[in-house]
Design a protein around this ligand. Structure first.
Ligand code: SAM
Length: 238
């Protein structure tokens, strides 16, 4: 998957991309993340990218000209490199649709994504109206910039791409994949500071382990996230 990311703070996104799963995904050639500095498309000798909002009020707004130029350059570059358009051009914004596992699953099936991280009061509406095909929020709170939301989205998507995780089943059994929260996890030693491990997990009885995990997942989901709890299980956990 090719992911282009437009940001005013390229340095902020580099480190997370250079570690752990995201780094491995790129090393294996499964994800190709390219970071574009909006400032390169800034206006005049000061490379201006923002301006005061029309109508007044606090905060600056990212101007349309640098964003139009940068987005158009990304579109052209992708066309030259792969002969394809973006599947989606996504603006990270608190007023977008809230990111969840089904959305991450769907986006992980795409080949080419362009992400736009905003700043200050956000980006000029004309950019959204002209290019953006989807607007995504990572939750009902406001951050200072779209870089962290973009990284959250990239991580959520990349780990679902076949070959990125060592064990593909690991992502499939995570919370939300089938609507339930994940079961508790234990590893060695079997006893630590007087704290044991549920005996079923060391029993070697695979069926009993699966049944125990399912029971735990249902109980945890009912307790913590009743909004997710499947109605067909209402009685089994009482
Ligand atoms: N004025 C905007 C509003 O109230 O909807 C908030 C702008 S915010 C201070 C600056 C930038 O951070 C946004 O353009 C967006 O890219 C990013 N951002 C902040 N919170 C976000 C969230 N919850 N999800 C996605 N992006 C977010």
């Amino acid at each position: 998957m090719r992911i282009d990311l437009i940001t005013v703070l390229p340095g902020l996104v580099r480190s997370p991309l250079d570690h752990s799963i995201l780094q491995r995904a790129q090393d294996k050639g499964l994800v190709d993340v390219r970071v574009h500095d909006l400032r390169d498309w800034g206006l005049g000798s000061y490379r201006q990218i923002d301006d005061l909002p029309y109508g007044g009020g606090g905060g600056m707004v990212l101007r349309p000209e640098p964003l139009f130029a940068c987005i158009e350059a990304c579109i052209e570059e992708l066309q030259n490199d792969l002969g394809e358009p973006y599947d989606e051009i996504i603006y990270l914004t608190p007023d977008g649709e809230t990111l969840n596992q089904p959305l991450a699953n769907r986006l992980s099936l795409h080949k080419n994504l362009l992400l736009i991280a905003g700043h200050y009061k956000g980006i000029d509406q004309r950019v959204r109206d002209t290019f953006v095909t989807r607007e995504v929020s990572i939750g009902d709170y406001v951050l200072s910039g779209g870089e962290l939301p973009a990284l959250v989205l990239i991580d959520a998507i990349a780990r679902l791409i076949p070959g990125v995780l060592g064990d593909a089943n690991s992502a499939l059994s995570d919370s939300f994949q089938d609507g339930l929260l994940d079961a508790p996890a234990y590893t060695r030693p079997p006893e630590f500071r007087g704290l044991g491990v549920p005996p079923v997990l060391t029993s070697g009885n695979h069926e009993a382990i699966l049944a125990w995990r399912e029971e735990q997942r249902l109980a945890k989901t009912q307790q913590r996230r009743p909004d997710l709890f499947p109605p067909e299980h209402e009685e089994s956990v009482e």
